[in-house]
Ligand binder design. Sequence first.
Ligand code: NAD
Length: 329
Amino acid sequence: KKLGVALVGLGNYSTHQLAPALQQCEHCYLAGIVTGTPAKEKIWAEKYSIPQKNIYNYQNFDSIADNKDIDIVYVVLPVAMHKEYTIRAARAGKHVICEKPMAVSVADCREMIDACKKANKMLSIGYRLHFEPFNMEMMRLGQKRVFGNIIKINSSNGFIWGGDPNAWRLKKALAGGGGLMDMGVYVIQGARYTTGEEPLSVSAREIKTNPNLFKEVDETVVWEMKFPGGAIANCRSSYNENANFLRAEAQKGWFELSEAYRYGGMVGATTNGSMSFSNINQQAAQMDDFAQCIMQNKPTRVPGEMGLQDIRIVEAIYRSIVSGKEERV
Ligand code: NAD
């Protein structure tokens, strides 16, 4: 049996990544859509053979509770809307995948986790890289201390904003923050899963070169995280720099992904030579794993608690930018 997934929010990520990935899934399929744009209903219905009864808008969304075809609701909306739709989905009796970053505050993350617990439904976050072979190798090399204790992590993720100056990602009320929330969570994740540890404290500062475009949200953030095992992570997120790498230096060698966080085209190497793994469809692997977790009643490796911890770290970074001091996580 394949579980039915309904995508909520048919923007770029749903259109160009998740819907195509669902065509490759073995344990789930694209069963329904939730959209506020009537014009998209027909296009998606035809392209993916979605029956009219599985098409919802934001007003009638709660009636999805009565739809047996939908097992999983996948929330792919602007960040500030994640909480409402995750909670409504859980109350409608659906398991939930919520995109990253989980929500605009730790308090919102808690409410989402509680709502899913109360409804006895599983909650996972769209952390696709936990299913990607190169990143899984970084986890193995780091967590198993293959090159000894980790001394230093260096990671950066960003792109040069070329899009609409009115996009939701530039509005604090919808995005919660800028490059840090959107791109920096990958860097936080990278440092966490490479060390297998939780940072104790952060020190951060912000760099703003285009205050007109980045009026409401952070452009570039530079931060350091201290880990209990002694590792220091030097991190950077940006909406105005192209960067995409994750490097670890350990007692007996280094290991790195010089292309780390993209949908494909990973490049990895260690002290001993280049890494060789195949590139897979990350989103298909992620959704298939969640469907199997539901069917086999086993925990997901990317639960709501993991998303909450990243937002807790994000909040400490923003506190440090304001205070100018090291802040405990
Ligand atoms: P997008 O702007 O392309 O799509 C957002 C969708 O939300 C649109 O369909 C839009 O119509 C809808 N929407 C509903 N109410 C809205 C409102 N008030 N304002 C603006 N849009 C509204 O964004 P996206 O790139 O698809 O991102 C959506 C989510 O997916 C975000 O949380 C983002 O961080 C996440 N994402 C994750 C990855 C990943 O690799 N895991 C990649 C891209 C995006």
